[in-house]
Ligand binder design. Structure first.
Ligand SMILES: [Zn+2]
Length: 327
């Protein structure tokens, strides 16, 4: 919201927003001069243009936070969009790790299918949760790459809301690890009132694996029908999938699917039955189905990875548009 105040240099991405009457949306702008990492990924301006096109279909767009971690010169907005109708919703998340561009690019490519899904049932879209990471090709807010030695600040870190294993009455962390994680998780806990998550899909990639897998964090774990379908769709699209064995974090894989894990991620939060803060405990988002796609990146050209994620999104959008309201 503060973004509007830097109006002197603001570039309006979609001037029709004014005529559409969604006054709050007019605040969504990118500052000029942002240079996106050049590996074939779409410039951030064109992603925003695609996402904000949903406002034309009656969606509401808003800025959750201005991300300006240490070492960056220009703040970038973290946005969310929601379809016109409230109710149990499909949530689609992407871009948590900046060096994984396939998901945010695939959402732009499949935006028409997401719009059609939003006309059939409630949808919440958080398409580029780490815009600074995306433009810099940085995984985290504070460090470029995964390291056992450095604690990378993930924008999806939810440890301040998830129960400690030693003391379930307390959260795993006393406070959010970054203002971005704080804003994103707070937004989820607020919007779950009008758009309670039924399905949550989070698009990731991994440079350090040559075969992918799908985490299924919801109540049905490895047996979740949408997870099984996602594995099939990825394989049909030529993405190598590790069907059995263990992930690189030593979690067991069954049929290409990893059952619920406690990793303090936003996905664990989406499936959590309860959330815990220093002062109280309350009901969690409790999504029935929570999928996290981990597809291999190093050996596949970006174009192919984007195409696979987009095909999967289209398939999920089509399936859920015609599915019964409850799983
Ligand atoms: Zn990732």
């Amino acid at each position: 919201m503060h973004f509007l105040r830097s109006s002197i240099t603001a570039v309006l991405l979609w001037t029709a927003l004014f005529s559409a009457g969604h006054a709050a949306d007019a605040a969504i702008a990118l500052p000029p001069g942002v240079v996106t990492h050049a590996d074939g990924r779409a410039p951030i301006e064109s992603l925003f243009r695609a996402y904000l096109g949903l406002v034309e279909q009656g969606w509401t767009a808003e800025v959750l936070a201005r991300s300006e971690p240490k070492g960056t010169a220009i703040a970038l907005p973290i946005i969310a969009l929601r379809s016109p109708t409230k109710g149990p919703a499909v949530w689609i998340l992407a871009g948590i790790h900046g060096e994984e561009p396939a998901g945010p690019n695939a959402i732009a490519a499949a935006i028409g299918d997401i719009a059609r899904l939003g006309a059939r049932r409630p949808v919440v879209l958080m398409p580029l949760l780490n815009p600074q990471g995306y433009v810099r090709n940085w995984r985290y807010l504070n460090v470029a790459v995964y390291s056992e030695a450095v604690d990378g600040q993930s924008v999806g870190d939810s440890s301040h809301l998830l129960a400690s294993t030693e003391d379930p009455a307390r959260p795993r962390a006393a406070a959010a690890s970054s203002p971005e994680a704080d804003a994103i998780t707070a937004f989820i806990l607020t919007l779950r009132g009008d758009y309670p998550p039924l399905y949550s899909i989070d698009l990731h990639e991994d440079n350090l694996i040559d075969q992918g897998y799908v985490y299924s964090q919801g109540v049905e774990g490895e047996k979740d029908a949408l997870a099984i379908d996602a594995v099939r769709a990825l394989k049909d699209n030529g993405i190598p999938i590790k069907m059995e064995g263990r992930t690189r974090f030593d979690e067991p894989i069954s049929g290409g699917i990893v059952g619920p894990v406690a990793d303090s991620s936003i996905d664990e939060l989406m499936s959590a039955q309860k959330v815990v803060t220093k002062s109280c405990a309350k009901a969690g988002p409790s999504a029935h189905t929570v999928l996290v796609l981990e597809t291999p990146a190093a050996a596949l050209p970006l174009e192919r990875r984007v195409a696979a994620h987009a095909t999967l999104l289209r398939r999920i959008a089509d399936l859920l548009a015609h599915a019964s309201p409850q799983p």
